[in-house]
Design a protein around this ligand. Sequence first.
Ligand code: GDP
Ligand code: ZN
Length: 309
Amino acid sequence: MEKGLVIKSTGSWYTVKNGPNIIKCKIKGKFRIKGISTTNPVTVGDLVNYKIISKNNIGIITNIRERKNYIIRRASNLSREAHLIACNIDQAFLMFTLNFPETPLEFVDRFLVTSEAYHIPTILIINKIDLYDAPTLEKLISIKKIYKNAGYQCYETSVTKRINVDIIKDLMKNKINVISGNSGVGKSALINAINKNLNLKVEEISSYHKKGKHTTTFSEMFELEEGGYIIDTPGIKGFGLIDFEDNEISLFFPEIFKTSKDCQYYNCSHTHEPKCAVKKALEDGTVSMSRYRSYVNILNKDESKYRIE
Ligand code: GDP
Ligand code: ZN
């Protein structure tokens, strides 16, 4: 039985890479994730077993290895079915900018909540620092502090001036990476700066996106020249499709969760209760006010501030 990695899916065909060999595969039988029903059983990042059934390298996927994580979205607005976007992701990069355009921090926090829930370690990239004036650079320092304090790696970059690009390149090496962020922040520019070979592909993809009519696009992984992959996730801004229970949300704010062990009530929501350690931590800065506000807005299902086109 041969083993390989699914690097592209088009609905009925899957491209499987096994060392230097590329095999076009179909699936036989039913594959299911426990508890959820998906429109596509196999996705990029899947490690599979297959067998060759014809001389021109056509195969059949016979088994999918257990996934360490996956990202899904609702197949359509009305559907209860989910569409598997990618799996076995080593890390996500969330790129944002403090200006040109300004990204609300609540958008960043909501993304981090879903990546925590999906068990995907996430690294933050603040791009376009070459365009920042002195007050914005001050803000950059305090924002980096907020996220480092919450337990996240955070790098400031200028893709155009190639500042810190090689640090990101090294971090991506030999890993399966996802890059996300609102449009215009410099994701394509970064991918091109890291990987000259991908130039053409990235352009193709973004022009494809701009047409905006294909809702069931399929993901693809691009191989990095020094090893590892970047997954392109068409149209994905966050790792949505999670219906949180109120008492779960604080689990996905690592610094709030850590602090909450000292709250008087075990089920403290950190909003109105007496002797709340989280509220106390706001005073000494262990929990930042902006992260706390995002937490409260998520709890209150207040989505007015984070929506981004
Ligand atoms: P994407 O939508 O996130 O893929 O963003 P693009 O990569 O298409 O970049 C959007 C625009 O920002 C392009 O005009 C880039 O040239 C520009 N850009 C990207 N990174 C930087 C940067 O670090 N500094 C400056 N000044 N412009 C940048
Ligand atoms: Zn509390």
